[in-house]
Write a protein that binds this ligand. Structure first.
Ligand code: ARG
Length: 471
């Protein structure tokens, strides 16, 4: 069979794939090849792909590589596709190999043969590297705003917690008394750093790889700095091979998702614990909990459990994107297509988790029981330190007091003046007041240490950061 005949059979009619590379081939792609290699995950980057092409074509026009008429026709077609993308009217076809092919196919339908000039001085290698950067920059902005929304919820809860005091824990044993608000705000600060990380990676993503071509630049007089500028990027690549081969920023973005998910997972774990009968610290609204098909009394914190579970998947995505890069010779390899499904899954999971957890938390009612007096042991030791007793001796004395009381089935709140006197000569009767957990928080003076005044400062600082205004 003649090549022409074959090509006619492959590409003329029917659902046969329309590839951007048919010239070299004498037979059509096998179904198995198509099914295995084509991944429509990239369709969500349609707007980004078109925006990148608009900048590219504008640059080509300015560089004299397209006539004004050609440029205008192509730009008109691309703007039409952009409008279709924005209104979700773009008609994808199974025969589109990828997002780039889909756009080029549609451009041809809209403007005819001049569409064939779109890909001048460009490769899908620099194009895909650009698309993912543009997409992730948009996604980062969304995640930052969601994280700030979460932080706002935590600040509200902290404000509502007032002077409620809880034990902090180390080794899952009651440690020091702290305001419940201080505990909740710890997660707000974590989320603010998560938002900062997205801001950082967003900055690094603002470097355009367009103009790197297939990986070795172009013999045509293109101006990558101009297309970068048109895209509102801060700069362009120094090395075309690095530009098309690297996916460290995709990995970094995935890490941002994974770390934020890990923070959400720790919070989720605490919510699960706190909602248990054993803790009894929190109740979530009925609408944010689920029931049991078997046990009528159950009210389960499924959102929190799934946030914890989904963190595992996102950690897996991070591992995947790291492993994806490790054995790849420069420059582009098709393996890199896998980065999209991976980073999108991580990002989608974080987005859904932030929405669900923020909403569940906003419905929370906290009612923790007061901590045991054991959480004031350090305060007793500090009473002695205040009188010049070396901390190590003070620690020993209070430790011995706790041991003696425990043996007698008592706790620190049961201590008498005689107990104190026996524990250390420098104790004074007034120190008995220190065994009240609320009093313990009241004495806290170290910056960031969770005194009530300090918590108020944190809330104000957080509200300022997320634009809630200082209340
Ligand atoms: N679908 C590809 C990806 O996601 C697009 C780039 C294809 N480039 C190529 N030379 N086949 O990486």
């Amino acid at each position: 069979m003649q090549a022409n005949e074959l090509r006619a059979r492959c590409f003329a009619a029917g659902p046969r794939p329309m590839t951007l590379w048919s010239g070299r081939f004498r037979e059509p792609p096998a179904d198995v090849l198509w099914q295995y290699t084509v991944d429509h995950t990239d369709r969500r980057m349609l707007v980004d792909d078109v925006v990148g092409s608009i900048a590219h074509v504008t640059m080509l026009g300015e560089s004299g590589l397209l006539s004004e008429d050609e440029r205008d026709k192509i730009l008109k077609g691309l703007n039409g596709i952009k409008a279709e993308a924005e209104t979700k009217a773009f008609d994808f076809q199974d025969s589109d190999e990828d997002i780039h092919s889909a756009v080029e196919r549609r451009l041809g339908e809209l403007i005819g043969p001049v569409a064939a000039k779109l890909h001048t001085a460009r490769s899908r290698n620099d194009q895909i590297a650009l698309d993912i950067r543009l997409y992730l920059r948009r996604a980062a902005a969304s995640r930052i705003s969601q994280l700030e929304g979460f932080v706002s919820v935590m600040a509200d809860l902290a404000g509502e917690a007032g002077d409620t005091v809880v034990p902090s824990y180390t080794h899952m044993q009651q440690a020091q008394a702290v305001p419940l608000a201080h505990h909740l705000l710890a997660y707000a600060w974590m989320a603010l750093r998560d938002a900062d990380r997205f801001t950082d990676v967003k900055g690094r993503l603002a470097v355009s790889p367009l103009g790197a071509g297939a990986g070795g630049g172009s013999s045509l007089p293109i101006d990558p700095a101009r297309s970068a500028e048109l895209l509102g990027m801060t700069g362009t690549f120094e090395n075309s091979m690095d530009a098309v081969a690297s996916r460290d920023l995709v990995a970094e973005y995935t890490f941002c998702c994974a770390q934020a998910m890990v923070h959400m997972s720790r919070l989720a774990e605490e919510m699960v614990l706190w909602a248990s009968a054993e803790f009894g610290w929190v109740t979530f609204a009925d609408r944010h909990t689920t029931g049991s098909s078997a046990m009528p009394q159950k009210k389960n914190p499924d959102i929190a459990e799934l946030a914890r579970g989904k963190a595992a998947s996102v950690i897996g995505h991070l591992t995947a994107v790291m492993a994806l890069q490790k054995g790849l010779p420069l420059t582009y390899n098709r393996d890199l297509q896998e980065d999209k499904a991976t980073v999108f899954a991580a990002d989608d999971t974080l987005a859904a988790t932030l929405d669900a957890l923020s909403s569940m938390l906003a419905s929370a009612e906290f009612h923790p029981p007061p901590p045991g007096s054991g959480v004031t042991a350090l305060d007793l030791a500090e009473a002695l330190v205040g009188r010049g007793v070396p901390f190590r001796q003070a620690h020993e004395a209070v430790g011995a007091l706790v041991a003696a009381l425990t043996e007698a089935g008592r706790d620190l709140s049961d201590a008498t003046a005689a107990d104190l006197e026996e524990a250390h000569e420098r104790f004074e009767v007034e120190d008995l007041a220190r065994t009240d957990p609320a009093d313990s928080v009241g004495r806290r003076v170290s910056p960031g240490g969770g005194s009530f005044a300090d918590v108020a400062i944190q809330i104000a600082a957080i509200r300022l950061r997320v634009g809630d205004g200082v209340s």
